[in-house]
Write a protein that binds this ligand. Sequence first.
Ligand code: BGP
Length: 468
Amino acid sequence: MKYQFPQGFWWGSASSAPQSEGASMEDGKSATIWDHWFAIEPARFHQRIGPRDTSGFYRRWREDIALLRRLNHNTFRTSISWARLIPQGRGEVNPQAVAFYNNVIDELLAQGVTPFINLFHFDMPLAMQQLGGWENRAVVEAYAAFADVCFQLFGDRVKHWFTFNEPIVPVEGGYLYDFHYPNVVDFKRAAVVAFHTMLAHSLAVRHYRARNQDGEIGIILNLTPSYSRSSDPDDVAAAHRADLLFNRSFLDPALRGRYPQELVRLLGAYGQLPTCRAGDAALLKEGVVDLLGINYYQPRRIKSRESPADPADLFMPEWFFSPYEMPGRKMNPYRGWEIYEKGIYDILTNLRENYANPRCFISENGMGVEDEQRFEQHGQIQDDYRIAFIRQHLQWVHRGIQEGSHCLGYHMWTFIDNWSWCNAYKNRYGFVQLDRASQRRAIKKSGEWFAAVAADNGFAEEDNDGRS
Ligand code: BGP
């Protein structure tokens, strides 16, 4: 049997400005929270490698786009750095940044690779964070103005826009679990950040639509399907609440233009709701997307708590559930994430059955592996585990499509080994190997496999190399 994908299926990969550009304080770019955090707490970063030290896309864009072509990508997602384009967060536009992004977009198009452009990938300009970041509505306005500048400058050629990548991650990292700057642990502030992010999203969507540029605008969400340990009603209720807090908190506004009543009631009961102003509800309604990007890495397994939370403790999502370590689960031990391929299909099914089957695509899926050089033979990394990972996920995507899901593409995280936040270069994700010292690039076996799949628009079941 052949897994044949619909004509025009998007084959590609995703990247982001802060993880690939480097030149993080050059040519007029100002600091983001990552530059700042690294400057004050370098020990929080694996081997003290910070955001200056990337695969150097800012200088090597032409070479990298040639590699995208060799990988047979028909689409590629990256982001525009707000701190590069508008160094103070609002006001003056940096002409060097305009020239850079114009070059990248024009070269992608010239090579037959359609650019998908995202506007925020965890990279808050420091100047904006100093105003309070997403807690301050002035920053919401500034972000929307930045988005509008991007539409104005690049919207003649870019037809697929995304307001945010994984907007819940800065909420979790920066305001709940201490893995992003500003390292706050405070649920109420986290809820404000989450709410204001969706207002910023909606305002950007409003600006985009006002321009009538004949393209589409979406958002990229990391969806983590919640599976309960058992059919015990307490486990099921716990999984349901985890789903409300971690998936539906962004999915519902993005696809339905409003928050789930149940979530509003739950947070209201604990005094954790952000303040809503006149006009907010109407604005959220305008934020319903044309296209949903789905990042899928891992499921969330849930059990009920053994004892109720102590009201004297800090209010946290875990008041409502406990994480469950399922015996026998398949793990990616390097990243500590469970691999559960069927999750990708469950997401598509949920979207089809409960969200009117939106236009969507897999915008990230991938496997970070440590010490990949040990798999090198004759100068090429033999990452058969990555090929198996992709193939097994794609089989479930294929099944979802056959059952009617409106899934338009599959993008891998990521094109070339890149800087992964606090993990820096610990785990490698790319189709292309990066030698950090020499900056030499070499296509891995998975890159060749993927290029063949893209050229064929599918792959045969029995075929280990993906060639027919
Ligand atoms: C996603 C992000 C990416 C990327 C990826 C891998 O959450 O959108 O930016 O980094 O995960 O995760 P990590 O880098 O944490 O290993």
